[in-house]
Every structure is written in C-alpha cells, then in structure tokens.
Design a protein around this ligand. Structure first.
Ligand code: NCD
Ligand code: ZN
Length: 355
C-alpha cells in the first residue's frame, strides 16, 4: 500500500518587498525566490542607490541577467522601485516611472541598511510625493522614527504617516514590514489607499528568539521583531483576510561576516524558507483552512493593491521534510539547518536540488 504525499496547490505567490542585492550575492541569492514567487518587488537600497532613470535601467538589467540564468519554469518577474532622495525633482520621478518603476521607497535617514542618504522628513521630498500621487505610483515607506528608542520606532512614526495621508489623499501608501500591534490597528482604521506588508519572520518569531536565551544575529532586522502580543496582532491581521495586508518577505541577505560580528547588519535572509515556514505555521493553527488563508495574503491582495492581474501560475507544495541549507551564497538563511515540514514539489522547483 503506498501512502500518498499530501500536497497543497496554490496560486504562485508574489513578494512585494525584497532585497535581491547586486554583484556576486545577487547571482546566488536570487535562487531563494526562484520557483516560489511569481513577481518580486525589488528594493532600491543598493550602492549607489536606484534614484535615477539611468541607474534604474542599469539595475533592472543586472537583475534580469540573474533571472535569465535560472531554469525557465522558476523565473520570476521583476517589479522595480526607486529610492526617494531629498530634493528629488518631479521630472526624475516621471523618468523613473517611464523606465518601469511602480513604487518609490521612503527610508527615513539612518533608519536601516544603506539609508544614511534618506530624507529627514516628508517635507524634504514634497515635489517627488506630489508627482507620485499624480502618476499613480505607490509610496512604499520604511515606517520607523530613528530618533525613538528602537522598540518604539514604528508606532512613533505613525503620526507622520497620518499627516501625510491628509496632505496626499490620493497617494497609495504601503507601510512596509509591520512589526507592532499599534501599527496593525492604524492600517486597519486607515483609508483604503493605505496598506501594509508583513514578513514571515515577524509572523514566526518574537524578540525572545532574537535576544532571549542567546543572541541570534540572523534574526536581527529593522524593524526589530517585537513581543508575542504584536505577533498575535500580525497573525490575526493575516488570518482575517483583510484586504489591507499582504506579503512582503523583506528578505535581506548579508554575508555571514557582516552578521556575526560586533556591529551586526540588520536584515533576515528569508526568501528560501519563508513560504514553507508560513505554510507550516498556518497549517499548525487551522490545518487546511489555515493554509487556504495564505492564498489571499500571498497571492491576491498585493496584486490587487498594486492594480495588477492576480497570478495565473500555480505552485504545488508537498508535505515532505527537508533541511534548510546552513548557508547560501555566504549568507545564513532563516531556519538554517532546521527541518521544515513543507517544500516545493520537485516538479516545480529544481533549484532546491542544487542549492
Ligand atoms: C534591509 C536591508 O538589509 O537592506 N534590512 C532590514 O533590516 N530589513 C533594509 C530594510 O528593509 O530595512
Ligand atoms: Zn526591506
């Protein structure tokens, strides 16, 4: 008697927030998304930043070359963003929209990796924001106030977002990588042009996993992973099926030496394991019904908010244990060395064999 492996087929998810990086890292790390995501919104905090049409062209070509190296069935579509820098002119925003950008990213100065050049207030980028509102580009915000204590930084930033919404009522805004319960309530109560991404690591972990019994630099990210009550609010937001919340991995690989040192860089390299880990999480909460709730979160709401067609490709996952590699391209992925209960079915994801 053969025991059939349990499978779960879903529309191919999209990732509306990821750092694919550049150079050697990009080639190795792009495989983390391969075969698991159909579209990936690529963040612009490269060096130099993506902040002109010429740089956007150059970076999208570099990304495209890395994607072409993947097996055809695993390739994903690249969605481009630019970094909003102080004093950015409307003409530059228009040129970047023509070059294919669908969103501009606001990083408060000093808030995170490669953000020293960011604006100190929305006033410093008013011309760019007005142009984005007119053009229908999405404003993607790293919502943290770098002046506030680190665990308070996200909710401390919310009044600035409230004022921005009043000033630009037609601008579509995404608060990225939500991490605290207060922000979840803020997004739920906000207007329909406000949405938020949620990562796998903020749904899976609490601050005790980061600095509890031992310090794990591979789970250190901005915004810092918070308390169990915050994680509960994030899980409830996803489970509720609300249109306001969709998946953005914020997968942010750093070389091991940049994480395991006296001044660890922030960022969790989650793309290889995020989807299997989330399926296991939602399965553990509500079984098959829980898994089904990942579909709007990972494959529908983001596309709807960004006004794109929903995914037409499908992905089959199977309940078969696999070990997350200890290291990929010199970076340590989320759940490194741990067994996960779900994996991409072999027929749809060849790169798992060669990672
Ligand atoms: C990201 C990175 O490393 O680029 N780091 C992080 O901690 N999340 C940048 C970001 O999204 O904040
Ligand atoms: Zn990010």
């Amino acid at each position: 008697m053969s025991t059939a492996i349990e499978t779960f087929t879903m529309p191919l998810p999209d990732d509306f927030h990821a750092h694919l990086r550049q150079g050697e890292g990009l080639k190795a790390w792009a495989r983390g998304h391969a075969g698991q995501f159909g579209r990936v919104l690529c963040m612009p905090n490269t060096l130099p930043p993506v902040a002109s049409a010429a740089r956007l062209d150059e970076y999208s070509q570099e990304l495209a070359r890395a994607i072409e190296a993947l097996p055809e069935e695993e390739r994903f579509e690249l969605l481009m963003t630019f970094k909003i820098l102080p004093g950015m002119r409307a003409a530059e925003v228009e040129a970047m929209a023509r070059a294919g950008a669908i969103a501009g990213k606001y990083y408060p100065s000093g808030a995170t990796t490669n953000a020293a050049d960011g604006p100190r207030s929305f006033d410093e980028v008013e011309e760019a924001l007005a142009a984005m509102e007119t053009l229908g580009l999405v404003l993607s915000i790293h919502g943290e106030d770098p002046e506030a204590p680190v665990l308070d930084r996200e909710w401390a930033f919310l009044p600035k977002v409230a004022r921005l919404i009043e000033r630009h009522p037609r601008l579509r805004i995404v608060l990225e990588h939500l991490s605290d319960a207060e922000s979840v309530r803020f997004v739920e109560r906000g207007p329909s042009n406000l949405a938020a991404t949620i990562t796998a690591h903020h749904l899976l972990y609490t601050i005790d996993d980061v600095i509890g019994d031992a310090m794990n630099p591979h789970l250190y990210c901005k915004p810092v992973i918070k308390f169990a009550r915050d994680r509960e609010a994030l899980r409830a937001a996803v489970m509720s099926g609300s249109k306001r919340f969709f998946f953005g991995s914020d997968s942010a690989p750093h070389l091991r030496a940049k994480k395991e040192c006296g001044a660890a860089a922030s960022g969790v390299f989650s793309s290889p394991s995020a989807l299997p880990a989330l399926i296991a999480l939602f399965d553990s909460v509500e079984g098959k019904a829980g898994r089904e709730k990942l579909v709007p979160f990972m494959a529908e709401r983001g596309a709807d908010f960004y006004r794109m067609p929903r995914s037409t490709r499908v992905l089959t996952m199977e309940r078969a244990e696999w070990l997350v590699p200890a290291e990929i391209g010199g970076a340590v992925p989320m759940c490194a060395g741990q067994p996960l209960a779900w994996r991409v079915a072999r027929s749809t994801a060849r790169s798992w064999d060669i990672l």
